[in-house]
Design a protein around this ligand. Structure first.
Ligand code: NOJ
Ligand code: CA
Length: 703
């Protein structure tokens, strides 16, 4: 009895006032409470199983006067919302946004400052944020640290990458939470460009963090609508099995400069009992504001090739000459320089790519290294590095664009900023105008290296503001943006659908540097892709590559899996990343890349387990074809797929692009088979994916 009393006593003082909220289906339950010292707290259950144990909330401010405790509740409002909206592009043509909401108004009596905690419960998760209304006693404030806790009730399994203020380009580690701190020091920094990427603590991880509880629940912590605030990491406190928010600092070590009225991004906890439902979740998009662009008719999904892989593998160069570092942004320097012979963005090569794109139905051709400044673009912390408008002498911008347009193809612009962000903002209007004047409508931008202004980080508030500034400005010029090395996305593409892609994770380029783990693409859709599409750049069919850095090596994937990624790695922007010669060589397999759609009416998640396998079927928008992709880890996988999603009574020609018997990502990656058969909604097909392999299927109705 004494024991029982003590444990009740230990629980009770924490909770003095409680408010409850349920998800529309009643499975998720949130309890909000104030502790005895007036600190906000919450807990979350799914079908009565604990998902987040009682966790406290609040913010520490620079100069003291924290927003942590001493609150009383002055109001609590509940509402419900149910609407279906149509994304400009997406995994499906309609998205349901259905939630119950509770907004709790709190007043800190000693300072008379007001803060609202807004909670939204969906059937597949929770979103909550801090809101700071306009008020006399709270106008300007500087965040020292946000103290949002996520107390984990069990030693969950997690797929994580270490905390870093500058990059997400890491391989995932699969471990128990209790092992994070032990494994962390062994995690090698991967990023090619950043010399001073910072791991903030030996226990921090990045979001989206995917976990699986011992009860078999899939729990994912991330954030939505990261606007004018710094990016959140999670510090893992082993003693209490708790994650705590850890914001990215600015150059002065502060974590955010705010002025009321304002709010934090949404903190999200997605919960499902089936990994397939995690992939089907639209929680992050739904928590973002509806589209703010009035006219979106100019935004179109893009399938593209690029003058790129040759440079990534080290055969070609971005820079035009080896003669000198570019001392100033002046074309006359280059006109007298000796070409190095390996500059790929030259008229002949680009014409060859334009011809190839036109012949094979691609929309665009990316050309990197077209503009002056690449001789000393990285690692010098050089402020005035590119001007974004002056082509090298061997790149005739007018002639090449005219040639492309005459063939129904566009060139894709490339703006590597080398993180001299001040320099980019100085030039951005001219640069975008230059694009419009020459008929470009999409830009791949990049942020390799340390940020200028020096001391800022890729994920700080200043940079978060910069990325959005570019996206909004680009929209004024009807330009679509695909930003590499930018902060990982948080669903802002709903509000600004001209943000058609981001990198913000280890992409295919790492196959040329160090190799991606064979299970990498079975994890990314659970983590990085929750916030928005990734320009993963799949399609390396010549899986045996020669790189200047590593010599001969294989891409860590079978050839068939490279095709599957066009379906499993959702993006409205898909690159066929290999060189035209490879596609000509593997023309039968290349057919899938030519055929596959980039915009979808419907997506069905047929099989999924993070770190093991993902199989997705998608129906194209505006047509009746279906495409299926499966990507698996180093173990391999057998699938039995029911095709009952096909139209009843209709016949389809199914083309199977599969790993051949004996295929293996390391030992035999190029063994593939292509077979055709007629199938219907009654068909059940058996498929086998090799270790590090996968398969792709196209299903075309027989009229
Ligand atoms: C890194 C990007 O991810 C890659 O795609 C690009 O080619 C280089 N930066 C150069 O901008
Ligand atoms: Ca695995």
């Amino acid at each position: 009895m004494k024991k029982l009393l003590i444990s009740i006593f230990m629980l009770l003082p924490l909770l003095c006032h409680a408010e409850d909220l349920q998800s529309p289906d009643g499975n998720l339950k949130l309890t909000f409470s104030l502790t005895t010292n007036g600190q906000p707290a919450y807990q979350l259950t799914y079908k009565d199983k604990p998902v987040v144990a009682t966790s406290t909330l609040g913010l520490q401010l620079v100069g003291g006067n924290d927003l942590m405790s001493g609150f009383i509740q002055t109001d609590c409002r509940r509402t419900s919302f149910d609407e279906t909206w149509q994304p400009v592009w997406g995994e499906e043509s309609e998205i349901r946004n259905h939630y119950n909401e509770m907004a709790v108004t709190l007043n800190q009596r000693a300072t008379d400052r007001t803060m609202i905690l807004r909670f939204r419960l969906y059937d597949d998760g929770l979103g909550f944020r801090y809101e700071f209304p306009q008020q006399k006693k709270l106008v300007y404030f500087v965040v020292k640290e946000e103290k949002t806790q996520f107390a984990m009730p069990a030693d969950n399994k997690a797929w994580w990458i270490p905390g870093d203020y500058d990059t997400q380009e890491y391989s995932y580690t699969e471990s128990k939470l209790s092992e994070i701190r032990t494994l962390m020091p062994g995690v090698v920094k991967a990023h090619a460009g950043n010399s001073s990427s910072t791991t903030f603590s030996d226990g921090g991880v990045q979001t989206a963090l995917q976990m699986k509880t011992p009860d078999g629940l899939y729990v994912n912590i991330h954030e939505a609508a990261l606007v004018d605030y710094s990016c959140m990491h999670l510090n893992y406190i082993k003693e209490t099995n708790t994650f705590e928010s850890w914001l990215t600092p600015d150059a002065q070590g502060n974590k955010g400069h705010l002025q009321t009225p304002c709010q934090s991004p949404w903190r999200t906890v997605m919960v499902t009992d089936d990994a397939r439902k995690t992939l089907a979740s639209r929680l992050i998009l739904n928590l973002n504001e509806p589209c703010k662009l009035e006219d979106t008719s100019w935004i179109k999904p893009v399938k593209y090739i690029g003058v790129w892989w040759d440079m990534i593998t080290g055969a070609g160069s971005w820079h035009y000459t080896n003669d000198f570092p570019s001392v100033k942004l002046d074309l006359t320097d280059y006109v007298h320089a000796t070409p190095n012979g390996s500059h790929r963005a030259n008229n002949d090569t680009v014409r060859r790519y334009i011809d190839f794109a036109a012949a094979n139905g691609f929309d665009q051709v990316l050309v990197e290294g077209w503009n002056i400044g690449w001789e000393d673009w990285a690692n010098n912390s050089k402020d005035k590095v590119f001007d974004f408008v002056t082509p090298y002498p061997d790149f005739d911008v007018d002639a090449l664009n005219n040639y492309a347009h005459s063939k129904g193809v566009r060139l894709m612009m490339h703006h590597e900023t080398s993180s001299s962000v001040r320099n980019y903002e100085r030039h951005i209007d001219k640069a975008y105008k230059f694009m419009v004047d020459h008929g470009y409508n999409s830009v791949k931008s990049g942020y390799v290296g340390n940020i200028i202004p020096r001391g800022e980080y890729h994920y700080g508030q200043w940079m978060v503001d910069h990325y959005l500034y570019c996206v909004k400005k680009a929209a004024e010029y009807h330009i679509m943006v695909n930003a590499h090395e930018a902060v990982r996305p948080t669903g802002l593409c709903r509000t600004y659908p001209n943000l058609i892609g981001n990198e913000s994770a280890k992409g295919t380029e790492y196959e040329a540097f160090s190799g991606n783990n064979p299970d990498h693409t079975t994890i990314l859709p659970f983590t990085r892709l929750q916030g928005g599409p990734m320009d993963y750049t799949p399609g390396i069919l010549e899986t045996q590559i020669y790189t200047r850095v590593k010599g001969a090596r294989f891409v860590n994937s079978t050839l068939a899996r490279q095709l599957a990624l066009y379906v499993t790695m959702y993006s409205p922007l898909q690159m066929a990343a290999d060189v035209p010669n490879s596609y000509e060589h593997y023309a039968d397999a290349f057919q899938f890349i030519k055929d596959v759609a980039v915009d979808w009416q419907k997506s069905l998640y047929l099989e999924a387990e993070p770190g093991d396998y993902i199989t997705i079927a998608r129906k194209e928008k505006g047509g009746d074809r279906w495409f299926i992709g499966c990507t698996v880890d180093e173990v391999g996988h057998q699938s039995t797929l029911k095709l009952d999603f096909l139209d009843k009574g209709r016949k389809y020609t199914a083309t199977f692009y599969a790993d051949a018997p004996g295929a293996h990502y390391e030992k035999n990656p190029k063994a593939y088979t292509i077979t055709k058969k007629t199938v219907t909604a009654k068909s059940i097909v058996q498929l086998s994916a090799a270790p590090g392999g996968g398969y792709a299927i196209s299903l075309v109705p027989v009229e």
